[in-house]
Design a protein around this ligand. Structure first.
Ligand code: ARG
Ligand code: ZN
Length: 476
């Protein structure tokens, strides 16, 4: 097992390496062992675990610390497909650490500095294992700096879809749900550890670079432009983007003067018209769900091979001009999925059920009864249909994350809830959910508790029937 510094350790670094080796000999265990746990209990430094314990993605996220802020500086040269980057991560330990993990897929690490001192590191598949020169105390703030480079590699999800960095003919799109953020930057890559982000992207000045939040600066020199983006609100790693290409930039204002920046591939048609619908959609969603949770909005429409849209925080990403219903879906995710994220990936129906049900409510504005008729049509699907299994709140395998039960049966579950408690109470619960958990992550059982409190009705049976039990629920 070899830890190493960058390619050419300096004399000073070599001394630290020797000291580190003397103080902390031996390889690191892949995950926290019994001895590590005993050490952690006793407050002695031990290895942080390789995952946060997500049953569907055992290696996603890491144990022993939580991230407060990611500061990413990316330079991308599209001709050479070369990304050069620096990540500065501000974090806080949750235990005394002799070593810890980050998630990073592909790319070459050049240097890791922890708390100001060069650290040793090792790559183990998608795990970047870091051993600081000195152990980190429990409950202490620290910074991690990682310098890295390379041609990013797209991650292929268990369901076969493209995740993370994907090349386009004029740059790249980053759509990182569920685990693709690690193709772009070293991360505690799990929605249970949200953080604030600053992202600066330097690209040749014929291109534009888009990320989350507000555009705080754009500076050009020597043929390169740096785009600085600031996202002051908590964000899950999978909602980050660094999308690069030829775009038209559209500026607009939403409710309360909300700044809207959209980036439209000039080869698409109709995308401008769709972008102009954002203010009206947000106004309606605010009436249903409460104040828009973020500091800016917009869309990114970029031709790519993605095959799906993503609710990128503040600025949803589409692989072509979306229809209005899809725009509504991705904007609804800003409340459900982004402001409130799933505690583990098992609870993804909380994102997709709400976003899909919002499409139903949107349709019902024009056609009263649309939500009910969508429910009825789905309810008639035969018992053997893929709609009924696995249950939305227990998808079982990572490959089932974006299946019909999560989207359609998830929306049916919310419709059943709305039918039982009434629309006004349903929306009141939805508003409270988005408010109480904003900036954090939550699980299905918490929605039940909250909906019971708001409605004053027991909902155990309804939640069990629609979310937890396999097969078509009887009697609805
Ligand atoms: N959350 C996205 C949406 O519903 C879908 C993401 C699909 N991702 C994937 N890796 N297949 O709008
Ligand atoms: Zn969705």
């Amino acid at each position: 097992m070899t830890f190493r510094f960058g390619p050419r350790p300096t004399a000073g670094a070599a001394i630290v390496l020797a000291l580190g080796a003397a103080l902390l000999p031996g390889p690191l265990p892949a995950t926290a062992t019994g001895t590590d746990r005993q050490a952690a209990d006793a407050g002695r430094p031990s290895a942080g675990s390789a995952g946060v314990g997500d049953p569907l993605f055992p290696k996603a996220g890491n144990g022993g610390y939580r991230v407060g802020h990611y500061d990413l500086r990316l330079t991308y040269a599209p001709q050479r497909r070369m990304l050069r980057a620096r990540a500065t991560i501000t974090a806080r330990t949750t235990q005394a650490l002799s070593s810890f993990h980050l998630d990073l897929y592909g790319l070459t690490v050049d240097r890791v500095v922890v708390a100001g001192d060069p650290a040793r590191w090792e790559r183990r598949g998608q795990e970047l294992v870091v051993r600081p020169a000195r152990p980190l105390a429990a409950d202490a703030a620290f910074t991690i700096r990682v310098r890295y480079h390379g041609a990013p590699r797209t991650y292929i999800d268990p369901d076969g879809s493209l995740d993370g960095w994907s090349y386009t003919d004029d740059g790249a799109v980053v759509a990182a749900e569920p685990v693709g953020a690690m193709t772009v930057f070293p991360a505690n890559n799990h929605p249970s550890d949200k953080a604030r982000f600053d992202v600066a992207i330097r690209v040749p000045d014929n291109l534009k670079a888009v990320s989350n939040g507000v555009l705080t600066g754009r500076r050009t020199s020597h043929g390169w432009t740096t785009w600085r983006w600031h996202e002051p609100d908590q964000m899950a790693t999978h909602l980050m983007t660094a999308t690069i290409g030829r775009f038209r930039m559209l500026r607009d204002r939403g409710p309360g003067g909300l700044p809207i920046w959209s980036f439209i591939d000039p080869r698409t048609s109709g995308a401008r018209a769709i972008a102009h619908r954002i203010p009206a959609v947000l106004r309606r969603l605010e009436r249903w769900y409460g104040d828009y949770p973020f500091v800016s909005s917009g869309v990114i429409v970029d031709r790519s091979r993605l095959g799906y849209a993503l609710e990128v925080q503040t600025r949803p990403l589409f692989d072509g001009t979306p229809d209005l219903s899809t725009l509504v879906h991705e904007l609804a995710h800003q409340w459900y999925g982004n402001a409130v994220s799933p505690r583990t990936w098992q609870h993804i129906w909380l994102n997709e059920g709400f976003a899909t049900y919002t499409e139903w409510l949107w349709a019902a504005r024009r056609h009263p009864g649309a939500a009910q008729s969508r429910f009825d049509r789905l309810y008639r699907e035969p018992a053997g249909s893929s709609l009924w299994s696995p249950p939305p709140a227990d998808p079982g395998r990572a490959a089932n994350l974006f299946g019909r039960p999560v989207y359609d049966r998830g929306a049916m579950a919310l419709h059943a809830l709305r039918t039982q408690v009434g629309l006004a109470t349903f929306l009141q619960a939805g508003r409270r959910w988005a408010q109480v958990h904003a900036g954090g992550s939550a699980r299905t059982s918490q929605l039940r508790t909250l909906a019971e409190r708001v409605s004053g009705e027991p909902l155990g049976r309804l939640f069990a029937d629609w979310l937890w039990r396999d097969g078509r629920p009887d009697g609805y």
